[in-house]
Design a protein around this ligand. Structure first.
Ligand SMILES: C[S@@+](CC[C@H](N)C(=O)[O-])C[C@H]1O[C@@H](n2cnc3c(N)ncnc32)[C@H](O)[C@@H]1O
Length: 193
């Protein structure tokens, strides 16, 4: 993440730990933005269909039994009600609020009744106009006894988001909110159709 970007532009949020050891879910999993480290596919392998706008990000993800498809979350090519579980692991931070709304409506459409959407992401406050215009979080993710150290960074202006903004979009799309958990700078939301 962030190769070639001047460190002076980066606003580093304090590093956080995400433990997915106990995270469980049902059925076939659609992972939105599943390139990069491919965290969800590392945990659930062949149960995962990982989609990403970027072919390069999918190619960079570790190869396992997950199915990888280049696809836009705002325009999913699946029929209605195909997945019991949908995940988004630090992907919404890469979308504008308008794109998030489109994606969450699509997520609702392709989810089976009784299905669940799990989202992990960072809280992004409005940009302060300063020279630091790239927001970065460093994470240690634990899965299957392994600690994966990674960092996710994105161009900051126009990317405000919070648990409240995601919950509001989820409700507007038709979801019922089951759980909201907040860390200092990241959060987790579970929604149900
Ligand atoms: C850095 S990854 C997030 C971490 C990743 N889930 C992992 O396990 O490491 C975020 C991904 O979201 C993808 N993305 C952004 N907007 C998207 C969209 N509209 N549809 C699908 N993928 C998108 C980006 O291409 C990027 O690969």
């Amino acid at each position: 993440m962030g190769e070639g970007i001047d460190k002076k532009r980066m606003n580093f949020l304090p590093a956080e730990k995400i433990n997915l050891e106990k995270f469980d879910c049902r059925g076939r999993i659609l992972d939105i933005g599943g390139g990069g480290e491919g965290i969800i596919a590392r945990r659930f392998g062949e149960r995962v269909v990982a989609i990403d706008l970027s072919r390069e990000e999918l190619e960079e993800a570790p190869v396992n039994d997950a199915l990888r498809i280049e696809m836009d979350a705002r325009d999913l090519k699946f029929l209605d009600e195909e997945f019991l579980t949908i995940t988004s692991f630090f992907t919404f931070m890469y979308m504008s609020p308008e794109d998030q709304k489109k994606a969450i409506r699509e997520i609702f459409r392709v989810m089976k009744t009784d299905g669940e959407f799990f989202l992990w992401d960072i809280e992004i406050k409005p940009h302060d106009g300063g020279e630091k215009d790239v927001i970065v979080i460093e994470l240690t993710v634990t899965i299957d006894g392994e600690e994966i150290k990674t960092g996710y960074g994105v161009y900051w202006p126009g990317k405000e988001q919070s648990p409240e903004s995601i919950v509001k979009m989820g409700k507007e799309a038709g979801f019922r909110i089951v759980e909201v958990a907040e860390n200092p700078n990241s959060f987790f939301v579970k929604m149900k159709k």
